[in-house]
Ligand binder design. Structure first.
Ligand code: CS2
Length: 491
């Protein structure tokens, strides 16, 4: 491994090679206006880049304070480099590096929960944005309601001023602002949930109402929760990626983020306490995000998940590897074909072009996006990615075979054993429940499919899926994923 002593940081910005883009503004004059919960790679490659552009355009009161809910890793990596970090934008033709300055400070919520509530309650904070992943909302994926028995929610109801969960922080901070007579901040959800603003509004007001009916009502009336559609593929950074960035920079960045050239952010223009000029930074401001959100979840994320489960089972490590197999490229296209008829888009939307661009993005050979990474947390992802479209198709009497194959792939995956009998590291809040059901059912499609479909938190009353999913799972057991996909797309 290459080792250079110099570290990325304020004092070294001038020593970067001239080709590396860096903050085009005086960072010392930027003040925080946004608190972001969930300081992961996605946020740093997406929203923070837009804000970096806003800061360069002069909106200096909109810097970001980022909070990791649990892990100190990001703070530990970024604090010694003044919270500067690099995005490496990767395409087949080459990589472009850019140093982002929008993140001013970071907090680890578990270490100092009250300090984070305080920061959020400060009237200078006008937007509280979130990327805490699907499971971070402590809700029931099938219904979108707060899971009142979730351990973090139980904790937060008993420790209102020192919470752990994202809903807990939002409500504690809003309660404080209300008591201070300060304007509420806008809650900006940037996770891949269906109707993400509405869903988070429901979860947050349900949590608040458990604390006090009055607070729940005030939040429902006074706080804006615009829905958003966010899109940029951001694989996990590896040691090799870090070394490659170090070579390009001539200095060490402890946690750069890898991404693709494409980026999209569609936002409902409802902000209670102002916003920077997002449109000038490329954001699409609309009155209703729903069609765009469904388009993205049912075309991009649905086919991504299908490729992830069936690709993983077929021995493919990354999405790009999976897409090299023409049967799987066809599979992704077929998932989109099935989903497309369930969408109603505003006039002028070119769905065919969108679908074609997704296939290109998935095939990007410079992105090392592991199928295992996307396979994570399926219980939280399936409803909005696959099940909604299946329901809509069934209601119209249309077949659901390709989606059923994807769901069967997920089932085969969560058994925890691959086709060679090796164990799979299944990461999912319900992994234990799935493994127990799989053990009980054994590798028999007619038993396993109904057992997993019976997990109401994920599937709800979806008995109609049973036949198609069981048949697909049966094929995965008899011929294996690779052959099942090949036969399916050739039929
Ligand atoms: C992926 C998404 O990990 C996953 O589940 O499907 O993170 C996907 O890369 C993004 O939504 C793209 O915008």
């Amino acid at each position: 491994m290459r080792q250079t002593s110099m570290r990325l940081g304020r004092a070294n910005l001038d020593r970067l090679p001239p080709a590396i883009r860096r903050p085009a503004y005086d960072r010392s004059r930027v003040t925080p206006g946004i608190v972001h919960l969930g300081l992961g790679a996605f946020h740093r490659a997406h929203q923070a880049v837009v804000i970096d552009d806003c800061l360069a355009a002069g909106a200096t009161s909109w810097g970001i304070v980022g909070a990791s809910l649990r892990s100190p890793d990001t703070r530990d990596a970024l604090a010694p480099q003044d919270h500067l970090y690099t995005i490496a934008v990767r395409a087949a033709e080459g990589t472009e590096h850019r140093v982002i300055g929008a993140l001013l400070d970071s907090v680890v919520a578990r270490e100092k929960p009250a300090a984070l509530v305080e920061r959020m309650a400060n009237p200078a904070t006008r937007i509280a944005s979130l990327t805490v992943t699907e499971k971070g909302y402590c809700h029931t994926p099938q219904t979108g309601d707060l899971d009142e028995r979730h351990p973090d929610i139980v904790h937060d109801l008993n420790n209102f001023d020192a919470p752990r969960s994202a809903p807990g922080f939002i409500v504690a901070a809003l309660a404080r602002r209300r008591a201070l007579g300060a304007m509420p901040f806008t809650v900006l959800c940037c996770d891949n949930l269906a109707a993400n603003g509405h869903t988070v509004r429901r979860i947050v007001t349900q949590f608040a109402a458990l604390r006090s009916k009055d607070l729940g009502k005030w939040i429902a009336d006074a706080v804006a929760f615009p829905s958003t559609m966010v899109d940029r593929i951001v694989p996990e950074t590896t040691v090799r990626d870090r070394d490659a960035v170090e070579s390009a920079l001539g200095m060490r960045d402890a946690w750069p983020v890898m991404t693709e050239p494409f980026t999209q952010w569609v936002v409902e223009d409802r902000f209670t306490a102002g916003r920077p000029d997002l449109a000038a930074a490329g954001v699409e401001l609309v009155t209703d995000v729903k069609p765009f959100e469904l388009m993205k979840l049912r075309l991009l994320n649905a086919s991504h998940s299908a490729l992830a489960y069936l690709g993983y089972l077929s021995g493919y490590e990354t999405i790009a590897d999976t897409m090299q197999d023409p049967h799987f490229a066809r599979l992704a296209a077929q998932v989109m074909e099935e989903a497309a008829v369930t969408l109603t888009m505003p006039a002028g939307t070119d769905l065919a072009a969108y679908r074609a661009s997704l296939l290109k993005r998935f095939a990007n050979p410079a992105l090392h996006h592991r199928t295992w990474q996307i396979a994570m947390d399926g219980s939280q992802k399936l409803p909005q990615r696959l099940l909604g479209a299946m329901q809509d198709r069934l209601a119209r009497g249309l077949p659901i075979a390709t989606h059923a194959l994807a769901v069967a792939g997920w089932m085969r995956y969560v058994t925890g054993l691959d086709e060679q009998g090796r164990s799979i590291d299944v990461r999912d809040p319900l992994a234990g429940e799935f493994a127990a059901l799989a053990r009980e059912a054994g590798p028999v499609a007619e038993r396993l499919a109904p057992a997993l479909l019976g997990v109401a938190k994920v599937f709800g009353p979806l008995g109609a899926l049973r036949e198609a999913v069981t048949a697909a799972l049966g094929r995965l057991y008899t011929v294996g994923a690779r052959q099942a996909v090949a036969t399916h797309v050739s039929a």
